[in-house]
Write a protein that binds this ligand. Structure first.
Ligand code: CUA
Length: 321
C-alpha cells in the first residue's frame, strides 16, 4: 500500500506505454546533448588551459563565424522540431481515443482527501479503490473516466496506467485506462489540495473481466442485517442515530450522505482514509475512536463516542464485506 514504488517506466496500459516511449526519446536526446556539451567543455578547458609563459599575453580574439552560428541555430531547431512532432503525435493518440464496444464508464469525484468512485448504470458506488477489467486485443475493455471535483483542484495519477489529469471544480475532464495485466496499481493525488494531500492515495485493482463482473455483483448486494441484540445491531443503531448518517451513505443504516465515503462495503477495501492506514480491525477502531489521530486535519471529526459505543460501531462496520 503506502510507499510502494509505482514507476512510469513500467507501464501496464497502452496509454502509459505511449508516454513511456516519448519520455525515453526525450531522455536519450537530453543525454546526447549533455554528453556533447560536457565533452566539448572539458576539451576546451584542457586544450586552452594557461601554460607557463602565457602571463601577460592576451589570447587571440575571434569575432563572428557564420558556420558556427548556423550550426548552433539549425541543430537545436531540428531537435525542438523532433520533440514537438513526437509530443504532438502522442498527445493526439491519447486525446482522440473514443469509447467502443466493451468500454466501461466510471465517474471519479475528488474530495478533500479521498476519491468517490461511481459506476453509472451499474449501480455501484465505492471509494478510494477503483476496480477495472483487464483489456486485451481479443476482448478490449477500455475504462473511460469522467473526472470532477467536489471542492478544490486535485489530480488523478496512476503512473503505470496513464498520465496525470486534473479534477477541476465546475469543469469535467476525461481520461481512459486500458490495462493489459492484472494487479493492484497505486496512484496518488498529484496536485496540492490541502493538509492531507499526501494521504490521498488511490488503488486501482485490475481484474479479469469475469472477476470484475463478480466484484460489481458483490458491491451491488445489500449489506448483511446484524442479528437482533448483537453488538453489531447496537453499532448500527448508534450509526443511524448520530450524525454519521449525514456524511456517509450506508445502505441498511439510514445513511445517505455524500460528503464522506460510501461505507456499504467498507471491509472489501484494503485501506482506510484513502491509504492513511491498512483496513485492519485495530486501525478501524482507532479511526472510529478519533480519525484525527490517523489523518490529522481530515474532515471527519472525533465523534466523541464512549469506548463501548466505539466497540459496537466497529463490530457493525466489520460486518460490511
Ligand atoms: Cu487531492 Cu492533492
Amino acid at each position: 500500500m503506502v510507499g510502494q514504488i509505482s514507476s512510469i517506466f513500467d507501464p501496464a496500459s497502452s496509454g502509459a506505454a505511449l508516454i513511456r516511449d516519448l519520455s525515453g526519446l526525450v531522455l536519450w536526446i537530453c543525454l546526447g546533448i549533455f554528453v556533447v556539451t560536457q565533452v566539448g567543455l572539458i576539451w576546451v578547458i584542457v586544450r586552452f588551459r594557461a601554460r607557463p609563459g602565457d602571463e601577460g599575453h592576451e589570447p587571440p580574439q575571434v569575432y563572428g563565424s557564420t558556420q558556427v552560428e548556423l550550426a548552433w541555430t539549425i541543430v537545436p531547431l531540428i531537435i525542438v522540431l523532433v520533440l514537438f512532432l513526437t509530443t504532438a503525435r502522442t498527445i493526439g493518440e491519447i486525446e482522440d481515443r473514443e469509447p467502443g464496444p466493451g468500454s466501461l464508464e466510471v465517474l471519479v469525484v475528488g474530495h478533500q482527501w479521498w476519491w468517490e468512485i461511481r459506476y453509472p448504470g451499474r449501480g455501484v458506488v465505492t471509494a478510494n479503490e477503483l476496480h477495472v477489467p483487464r483489456s486485451s486485443a481479443a476482448a478490449p475493455h477500455t475504462t473511460f473516466i469522467d473526472l470532477r471535483s467536489a471542492d478544490v483542484i486535485h489530480s488523478f495519477w496512476i503512473p503505470q496506467l496513464a498520465g496525470k489529469t486534473d479534477l477541476i471544480p465546475g469543469h469535467d475532464n476525461r481520461m481512459w485506462l486500458e490495462p493489459d495485466r492484472t494487479g493492484v496499481f497505486l496512484g496518488q493525488c498529484a496536485e496540492f489540495c490541502g493538509t492531507q494531500h499526501a494521504r490521498m492515495g488511490l488503488r486501482v485493482v485490475v481484474e479479469e473481466p469475469a472477476e470484475f463482473e463478480r466484484w460489481l455483483t458483490a458491491q451491488r448486494a445489500s449489506p448483511a442485517v446484524p442479528a437482533t441484540a448483537s453488538a453489531a445491531a447496537r453499532g448500527r443503531d448508534i450509526f443511524s442515530t448520530t450524525s454519521c448518517v449525514n456524511c456517509h451513505t450506508l445502505e441498511g443504516a439510514g445513511g445517505d450522505g455524500r460528503f464522506g465515503p460510501d461505507l456499504s462495503h467498507l471491509m472489501s477495501r484494503a485501506t482506510l482514509g484513502a491509504g492513511a492506514a491498512a483496513n485492519t480491525p485495530v486501525n478501524l477502531r482507532a479511526w472510529v475512536r478519533d480519525p484525527q489521530t490517523l489523518k490529522p486535519g481530515c474532515n471527519m471529526p472525533d465523534m466523541k463516542l464512549s469506548e463501548p459505543e466505539v466497540d459496537a460501531v466497529v463490530a457493525y462496520l466489520l460486518t460490511l464485506g
